[in-house]
Design a binder for this molecule. Structure first.
Ligand code: ADP
Ligand code: MG
Ligand code: MG
Length: 206
C-alpha cells in the first residue's frame, strides 16, 4: 500500500465516524456521559482538515500527524488513547513509503500495546481493547497465513465487530462505565464499537 492509499483510508475512517456519531453517542448515553460520538466526530473533523498537509509524507509521519491532531482535539478518555494508538503506529512505520501486510500488523500491534499502556487496561474490561485485541489476533493469523493486506484487514474488522458485540456480556472495570458496575451489562461499549467502525472503514476502503 502506498501513502496515497493510506491517506484515502484515513479519509474513509473520518467519514465513517462522522456518519456513525449518533450511534456512538447513544451507546455512551447508556453507560457513560453521552459524548463519545461528539468526541470522535471532533477528531474526525480535525483529521480531515489535517490530511492535505500530509500529502507526500511517509507513512510514519502520516500516522504521527494524525495522532497529534487527535490528541489535541479529542477530549475524554478516548482522545489520548486513540491519539497514542496512531502515534505508536507512526513510530513503527518511520520512513516507510510502502506498507506491506507485515508492516501494517507491526503498526497495529504497537497501537494496541500503546492503548494498554496508556489506559492501564487489558482485554475483558469492556473497553475498546475488547474489539482491538481480537482484531490484532485475527490480523496476525491472516498475515502469518500469507493473506493479503486487504484480507488481513477484513479479518480484523470482522473480529472487531464480534468483539464489540460481545462487550454486552462484560461488566465494565475501566472508564466511566465502571461506575455502573453490573448495570453496564447488556450494553455494548462505545469505544469498542468506534474501534470496530474504524477497522470496518479501513477494510472497505482497502
Ligand atoms: P469519556 O469516557 O471520558 O467521556 P469517551 O466517551 O470519548 O470518553 O470514550 C469512552 C471510551 O473510552 C469507552 O467506551 C472505552 O472504550 C474507552 N476507555 C475508557 N477508559 C479506558 C481505558 N482505561 N483503557 C481503554 N479504553 C478505555
Ligand atoms: Mg463519554
Ligand atoms: Mg466525556
Amino acid at each position: 500500500m502506498d501513502t496515497k492509499k493510506l491517506l484515502e483510508i484515513m479519509k474513509a475512517i473520518s467519514e465513517k465516524i462522522e456518519a456513525e456519531k449518533d450511534v456512538l453517542t447513544e451507546l455512551d448515553s447508556a453507560i457513560g456521559d453521552g459524548d463519545h460520538g461528539i468526541n470522535m466526530a471532533r477528531g474526525a473533523k480535525t483529521v480531515m482538515e489535517k490530511l492535505p498537509s500530509l500529502i507526500g509524507k511517509d507513512s510514519g509521519a502520516i500516522f504521527k500527524g494524525i495522532g497529534m491532531a487527535v490528541v489535541s482535539s479529542v477530549g475524554g478518555a478516548s482522545g489520548p488513547l486513540y491519539g497514542t494508538a496512531f502515534m505508536k503506529a507512526g513510530d513503527a512505520l518511520k520512513g516507510k513509503m510502502e506498507l506491506s501486510a507485515e508492516d501494517f500488523l507491526a503498526a497495529f500491534s504497537a497501537s494496541v500495546a500503546g492503548i494498554k499502556m496508556r489506559g492501564k487496561s487489558t482485554i475483558g474490561e469492556k473497553t475498546m481493547l475488547d474489539a482491538l485485541c481480537p482484531a490484532e489476533r485475527a490480523m496476525r493469523e491472516a498475515v502469518e497465513a500469507k493473506k493479503t493486506l486487504k484480507e488481513a484487514l477484513e479479518a480484523a474488522a470482522v473480529a472487531a465487530e464480534k468483539g464489540a458485540e460481545r462487550t454486552k456480556d462484560l461488566v465494565a472495570t475501566k472508564g466511566r462505565a465502571s461506575y455502573l458496575g453490573e448495570r453496564s451489562l447488556g450494553h455494548r461499549d462505545p469505544g469498542a464499537v468506534s474501534s470496530s467502525f474504524m477497522l470496518r472503514a479501513m477494510a472497505d476502503a482497502m
